[in-house]
Design a protein around this ligand. Structure first.
Ligand SMILES: [Zn+2]
Length: 155
């Protein structure tokens, strides 16, 4: 039994079945669960945005209720996004990593810019201390998720 605060398995070590098993019964939002290092280790805020975008899954989807199709898409996206990130960082000087990491992002940190896949505007949901980005067209069937700060700004 893992102790409290123990790290989950590394994201790149998980098979689709492993991933499904980690998420089964989890009633949290997939965005939150993906970045929970006790569930899966190695996925931060930026890459979870990218993974969900590539998998075309809403950040607010319930982790334990993904369909088999979504689970497979999530796993594929997790592997490709994280592998790309590693490939890009190989041979880079530490000082360049941040810029290099940013250049590969499709939705994270791109609020208000067009989605490179469909051209819809990338949206943001913000909390007290952090925010995340997603594409409504690719991920939520065009539905814009509630975000109090954004609606205040847009008035
Ligand atoms: Zn899109």
């Amino acid at each position: 039994m893992p102790g409290i605060g123990a790290l989950g398995p590394d994201a790149l070590d998980l098979s689709v079945d492993d991933l499904g098993a980690r998420l089964t019964g989890n009633t949290g939002r997939i965005k939150t669960v993906l970045t929970d290092q006790t569930v899966i280790a190695g996925i931060g805020n930026a890459y979870s945005d990218e993974i969900l975008h590539a998998a075309r899954i809403s950040p607010f989807a319930t982790a334990g209720k993904l369909t088999d199709l979504q689970l497979t898409a999530l796993h594929d996206a997790m592997v490709s996004v994280l592998t790309d990130a590693v490939t890009r960082s190989v041979g880079q000087k530490a000082a360049m990593l941040k810029g290099e990491k940013r250049s590969g992002l499709r939705v994270h940190g791109r609020t208000g810019l067009p989605c490179p896949v469909c051209g819809d505007i990338v949206r943001e949901v913000s909390f007290a201390d952090k925010s995340f980005q997603y594409c409504p067209c690719c991920q939520t069937g065009g539905k814009v998720l509630a975000d109090r700060r954004m609606s205040r700004l847009l008035k």
